[in-house]
Design a protein around this ligand. Structure first.
Ligand SMILES: Cc1cc2nc3c(=O)[nH]c(=O)nc-3n(C[C@H](O)[C@H](O)[C@H](O)COP(=O)(O)OP(=O)(O)OC[C@H]3O[C@@H](n4cnc5c(N)ncnc54)[C@H](O)[C@@H]3O)c2cc1C
Length: 395
């Protein structure tokens, strides 16, 4: 794989940087919506996505037949790295544009594609992912939320948890058990759930970083039409894996990084301090490794190839890199980081990231699960013992 940037990518980046300079608010300015959390943040993401669409920057690596620009992943990454320098974000669309869109392109019906893909790119649909349950996280296929057939559709009962952005979402991609008699990886079905449907009750969960992005979701006699099914009935595990493949492959680019560490070091007269320089250089190495790993993943996704075990490497490396860089920032900032009361300013931003970094070790598969995947799929080590069939565990 050639990681050398073509003149096209270099020109695209310059064009993106110029456009962002003219249209995106500065970090820390009054229009920086990334300082807010929860609803204000999600509304900011919606407005920004609509702005991107109107200006022709939406769906850079989506195929043109689905309204994208049909560029490779390198162009997408070039844009996102530039965008991360400004007070804007697309995080509320990570599930929708990053995962649901590509999943619908593979498994969706023509009607589902037509209905959702253009709206996603226009910023009109925020999606959440309703997979995890109190009794099913790492062992996702053991989930027990039940979808029963009824004339003309389905009725769903159960409970989901850790559902990011559920309170603000228009749709959810829901994984539910449709046939208890089958082995647990079969007998699951994926649905597109309109979040305005009666019977959905959402309770936010406050996290230690102050945000309440997570939610518990209770589903009581929620009615779904037949055309809400994504992929095959009882084939939801395949759909979920397509989706999780995209999720595990992505390492976020909106975290403060080396330039911010250098700024702090300079402000504190520590830029010439040998230990500080070593820490910043080590963070720089981590950042570069992550950039190359990301490029490999994005390039595979761009060619519609499976990301495979590479995604687990990215996930593990990203979690570790964030923890290390947040630790460097806290050693430079000291008590200022601990006592920052708002996210305006570097101390506040790093405080938020220090308190968020541990969650990255859990989200989209814990570190232990990622290592299991690498052991089994990349290194050919013996498989870990598999639990008993679902029919025995769920009764
Ligand atoms: C920031 C964040 C956002 C999230 N957003 C969403 C979302 O939008 N939608 C959604 O559906 N879910 C979401 N999740 C949930 C996430 O997918 C689960 O938390 C994760 O899969 C782990 O499941 P669990 O919390 O049930 O932990 P468990 O599976 O109960 O694991 C508990 C501990 O046991 C270890 N463990 C479990 N099984 C094994 C094994 N076989 N071998 C070795 N160790 C093992 C784990 O590594 C962990 O340390 C989010 C989580 C986070 C942190």
């Amino acid at each position: 794989m050639d990681l050398h940037e073509s003149e096209d990518v270099v020109a695209f980046r310059a064009q993106a940087a110029a456009w962002l300079e003219a249209h995106a608010p500065r970090k820390g300015s009054v229009d920086d919506f990334t300082i807010g959390r929860d609803r204000a943040f999600v509304e900011g993401c919606r407005r920004w996505q609509a702005t991107l669409f109107d200006a022709g920057w939406a769906g850079i690596s989506w195929p043109t037949e689905f309204g994208g620009l049909g560029r490779t992943a390198l162009f997408d990454l070039a844009f996102r790295v530039q965008q991360a320098r400004f007070g804007v974000s697309g995080a509320a669309f990570d599930v929708g544009i990053g995962m649901v869109g590509p999943t619908l392109m593979v498994h969706g019906t023509a009607q589902q594609k037509e209905r959702h893909l253009p709206s996603l790119l226009r910023g009109r649909e925020v999606w959440c992912q309703m997979f995890s349950e109190p009794g099913a996280g790492s062992d996702l296929a053991g989930l027990s939320t039940e979808a029963r057939r009824r004339p003309g559709g389905w009725v769903v009962n159960g409970q989901k948890v850790w559902t990011s952005y559920a309170r603000f979402a228009d749709y959810a991609i829901l994984l539910a058990r449709s046939d208890r008699a089958q082995p647990k990886h079969r007998g699951l079905t994926c649905f597109a759930l309109d979040m305005r449907t009666r019977g959905i009750e959402i309770h936010p969960i406050r996290q230690m970083n102050g945000a309440a992005e997570f939610n518990q979701v209770f589903l009581t006699d929620v009615a779904l039409p037949d055309d809400a099914v994504i992929g095959e009935v009882d084939g939801g595990w395949t759909v979920a894996n397509t989706m999780l493949g995209s999720e595990r492959g992505l390492a976020g680019d909106e975290w403060p990084g080396v330039p911010e560490l250098i700024e702090i070091a300079r402000n504190r007269g520590l830029a010439a301090d040998p230990l500080t320089r070593q820490h910043i250089a080590a963070t720089f190495v981590g950042q570069e490794i992550l950039r190359y790993l990301n490029l490999r993943v994005q390039s595979r996704l761009g060619r519609a190839e499976p990301v495979g075990a590479l995604a687990s490497i990215v996930n593990l490396f990203f979690a570790d890199h964030l923890r290390r860089s947040a630790t460097v920032a806290s050693s430079l900032l000291g008590p200022e980081l601990l006592t920052a009361r708002s996210q305006i300013g570097l101390a506040g931003r790093w405080q938020y990231h220090l308190l968020t970094a541990p969650s990255v070790r859990i989200a989209s598969g814990t570190d232990e699960i990622q290592r299991n995947i690498l052991g089994e799929r990349a290194l050919g080590l013996p498989r870990e013992p598999r639990p008993e069939p679902v029919a025995a565990t769920l009764t």
